[in-house]
Design a protein around this ligand. Structure first.
Ligand SMILES: [Mg+2]
Length: 205
C-alpha cells in the first residue's frame, strides 16, 4: 500500500495568503540581524513568505531556531481563522482513505493542527517544521513521516504545490505529484502535475 504525504499550505488549506509574514519578519529582525541564505528552489511565494521560510532553512540547527519559529508562528496561528480549504480536498481524502498518510509541512505543529481541525481534515500524523529536522527542501521531514508511517520511501508519494515540496521529495527518494490549484506550474518538465487534488483520485486511487 502506498504511503501518501501531503504538503499543507496551499495544497490542503491556504494559510499562507492570510499570514502577515512581513510583520513576522519585523519580529524576527529584532532578534537576529542577519542569517545564512542558502540557495533554494525558485517558487511563486511573495517576498516576505520566501524570506521567512529562508530564515528557517538558513538557521536550521541554530540554538535560536525555536525562538524564531515561535515568533513566526504567532502570525501563522492568527491566519488560521481566515484560512480557506483548497479545491477537491474532500474528494482526494476519500480516494486515499485506505492509504497510510501524513502531512509534511513548513508550518509548526500548533498552526498546522489548528488549520487541519478548522477544515475537518482528518490526517493525524503531522510532521511540522521542528528544531531537530532540516526543513523542506531538505528530505528530513519526509523521511521522518515515512518512518512514523512505517512505509518505504520508494512506495510513498508526496503531493505538494511548490518546488520546495518537489525538491524535498526528490532528495528523500519518494514519488511526487504537483498540484497547481490554478497557479502557473513551477515544476520541471516530466513531473506529474494535476490542476486540483481531484486529479489525485485517478492517479493513486
Ligand atoms: Mg505549499
Amino acid at each position: 500500500m502506498h504511503g501518501i504525504l501531503f504538503d499543507l499550505d496551499r495544497t490542503l488549506v491556504d494559510v499562507q495568503s492570510y499570514t502577515d509574514y512581513e510583520a513576522a519578519l519585523r519580529d524576527v529582525e529584532r532578534l537576529v540581524s542577519s542569517w545564512p541564505d542558502p540557495p533554494t528552489p525558485e517558487t511563486g511565494w511573495d517576498g516576505p513568505t520566501r524570506q521567512a521560510m529562508g530564515i528557517l532553512v538558513g538557521l536550521s540547527g541554530d540554538p535560536r531556531w525555536e525562538e524564531i519559529s515561535d515568533l513566526i508562528e504567532r502570525h501563522e496561528l492568527a491566519a488560521v481563522a481566515r484560512s480557506v480549504r483548497m479545491p477537491a480536498v474532500v474528494e482526494a481524502l476519500a480516494a486515499v482513505e485506505r492509504h497510510p498518510k501524513a502531512v509534511v509541512t513548513l508550518l509548526p505543529d500548533g498552526a498546522a493542527r489548528a488549520a487541519l481541525d478548522r477544515h475537518r481534515i482528518g490526517i493525524d500524523v503531522v510532521v511540522p517544521r521542528r528544531a531537530d529536522l532540516r526543513p523542506k527542501p531538505a528530505p528530513d521531514q519526509i523521511l521522518e513521516a515515512c518512518r512514523i508511517l512505517g512505509v518505504a520511501a520508494d512506495r510513498t508519494v508526496m503531493v505538494g504545490d511548490s518546488s520546495w515540496d518537489h525538491a524535498a521529495a526528490r532528495a528523500a527518494g519518494v514519488g511526487f505529484v504537483g498540484v497547481t490549484n490554478g497557479r502557473p506550474s513551477e515544476f520541471p518538465p516530466g513531473v506529474t502535475v494535476v490542476e486540483t487534488l481531484g486529479g489525485l483520485a485517478e492517479l493513486i486511487g
